[in-house]
Design a protein around this ligand. Structure first.
Ligand SMILES: [Zn+2]
Length: 378
C-alpha cells in the first residue's frame, strides 16, 4: 500500500528546506500547507516568540473517521542540527545522504515524511481511524525547547508515539532524567613567583574536587561527567577563577539527586581542604553553583497500552519489535511528564548529527507500513 516514490519525494522536498533550530519558519510554512492538504485543522501555539524561533509548535488534528477511539498523538520535531547551509539531499541506490558538507536532516524529517505517507495511505484506502494529533515541535535539538514551551491545552491525546530515534522496529520506553551543572570556583589571585603564599589556586581546588568525584558510569542506570573546564590567566598568576560544566543522568530520580549532591560536596570539600592562612586569617576558595533540571524521567511500563498497540501492529506485519531503554532525553521525556504516555519509535535514520547522516527509502517504507497498521488499530 505504501507508495515508496511518493514517500521518497516527500522526504526529499523537506530535506531541501533548511531548518536549523530557531530558523524553522520555512519548514513550518511547508508543513502547515501539507497537513491542510491532507485534511487536518492546523494550529500553531505561542512557543515561537517564547523560544525565539520563527515558528511555534504545530498541531495538525485529523478528526476520527469511522472509528470511535481515544486520540493518538504522533510527534516529530521540525528543527535540525547544523551545518545546514545549502543542504541538498542525494538519493543513490535507494539511500538518501547529503552532498557531504551538511547534515541530511533525516533527524527528524524521515519521521515527518513517514507520518505523511501513512496519512496518505489511510486516506486513499479509506481506512477507518480514531482522532489523530500530529505534533511537530520546534527547537528540539537545543534543549527540547518546543516540548517544554508547548501549550498542552492544545493536545487532547493521552498516549503518543515520538518518531525520533535510529533503527527500525525499535521502541524506546525508558530514558533517564538529567541535571546540568555549572560551577564557578573563586580562589585568590597572587603573583606566582613573588608571593604564591598569598594565593588560593582555583585550578588546584578544581583538580582535587574532580579527582574525588565519581564520574563516568556510576551504576547500571546512572552516569556523570565534567565536560568543560575553563580558568586561569597566565603562568605567573595563581589562578583566581575556574568554571566547570557537567551533567548527571539516571533512570532513578533519587539517584540523580544523590549524584548531583555528591559532585557539589566534592567541590566544597576541596575548598575546605585547600584553605590557607593569610595574615592569620583563614582564606578558602568559594563555590557558586547552578543546577538546572534538564529533562525529567521517562519510564513507560513495558505492559503499557501504547506498547501493546505497537506490538499488535508489528505482529500483523509478521515483524517483532525490540523494546528497550535509551541513554538520553528527548521530547518524549517532556510529554510523559505532562501525562501523555509516549514511547519513541525508530525512523530508520542513521549517523545522525553528522555529515554522514543517511536514511534508506526501504527503511522509511517499513516505518510508514507500521504506522498505517498502528492507525488502523489505535
Ligand atoms: Zn531528533
Amino acid at each position: 500500500m505504501i507508495n515508496a516514490t511518493r514517500l521518497a519525494q516527500e522526504f526529499a522536498r523537506q530535506a531541501a528546506i533548511e531548518s536549523p533550530s530557531f530558523g524553522e519558519g520555512k519548514i513550518s510554512g511547508y508543513l502547515q500547507e501539507r497537513f491542510r492538504e491532507l485534511g487536518a485543522r492546523v494550529v500553531m501555539d505561542d512557543a515561537g516568540p517564547k523560544a525565539g524561533s520563527q515558528s511555534g509548535n504545530l498541531i495538525a488534528r485529523f478528526p476520527a473517521r469511522g472509528k470511535n477511539s481515544e486520540p493518538l498523538m504522533l510527534s516529530v520535531h521540525m528543527d535540525t542540527v547544523s551545518p545546514t547551509e545549502g543542504v541538498s539531499p542525494v538519493l543513490k541506490d535507494g539511500v538518501f545522504t547529503s552532498e557531504g558538507d551538511t547534515i541530511l536532516g533525516a533527524d527528524d524529517k524521515a519521521g515527518i515524511a513517514e507520518i505523511i505517507e501513512a496519512l496518505e495511505v489511510v486516506r486513499e484506502n479509506g481506512i477507518p481511524h480514531g482522532p489523530i494529533e500530529v505534533l511537530v515541535t520546534i527547537c528540539e535539538e537545543v534543549g527540547l525547547l518546543g516540548a517544554k514551551l508547548l501549550d498542552y491545552s492544545k493536545i487532547s491525546a493521552r498516549r503518543g508515539l515520538a518518531l525520533d530515534t535510529s533503527g527500525v522496529d525499535l521502541v524506546i520506553h525508558r530514558a533517564p532524567c538529567a541535571n546540568k551543572m555549572l560551577y564557578e570556583i573563586t580562589g585568590r589571585e597572587a603573583h606566582a613567583g613573588i608571593a604564591p603564599e598569598l594565593g588560593v589556586s582555583a585550578i588546584q581546588v578544581a583538580a582535587r574536587a574532580i579527582d574525588r568525584m565519581r564520574l563516568g558510569r556510576i551504576d547500571h542506570e546512572t552516569t556523570a561527567n565534567i565536560g568543560v573546564i575553563a580558568g586561569g590567566q597566565a603562568t605567573n598568576i595563581v589562578p583566581r577563577k575556574v568554571v566547570l560544566q557537567g551533567e548527571a543522568r539516571s533512570h532513578d530520580a533519587a539517584k540523580l539527586v544523590r549524584q548531583t549532591d555528591h559532585m557539589r560536596a566534592c567541590l566544597e570539600e576541596a575548598c575546605h581542604e585547600l584553605a590557607v592562612r593569610i595574615d592569620d586569617r583563614p582564606v578558602r576558595a568559594q563555590v557558586k553553583g547552578e543546577v538546572v533540571a534538564d529533562y525529567p524521567l521517562m519510564a513507560v511500563p513495558r505492559e503499557a497500552g501504547i506498547i501493546r498497540l505497537l506490538e499488535q501492529a508489528a505482529g500483523s506485519l509478521g515483524r517483532k519489535l525490540e523494546v528497550r531503554s535509551a541513554g538520553g532525553g528527548s521530547d518524549a521525556n517532556i510529554f510523559n511528564s505532562h501525562g501523555i504516555e509516549t514511547v519513541i519509535l525508530g525512523t530508520g535514520m542513521t549517523n545522525v548529527h553528522s555529515v554522514n547522516e543517511s536514511v534508506s527509502v526501504a527503511d522509511m517504507v517499513r516505518v510508514a507500513e507500521l504506522l498505517v497498521e498502528v492507525l488502523r488499530r489505535a
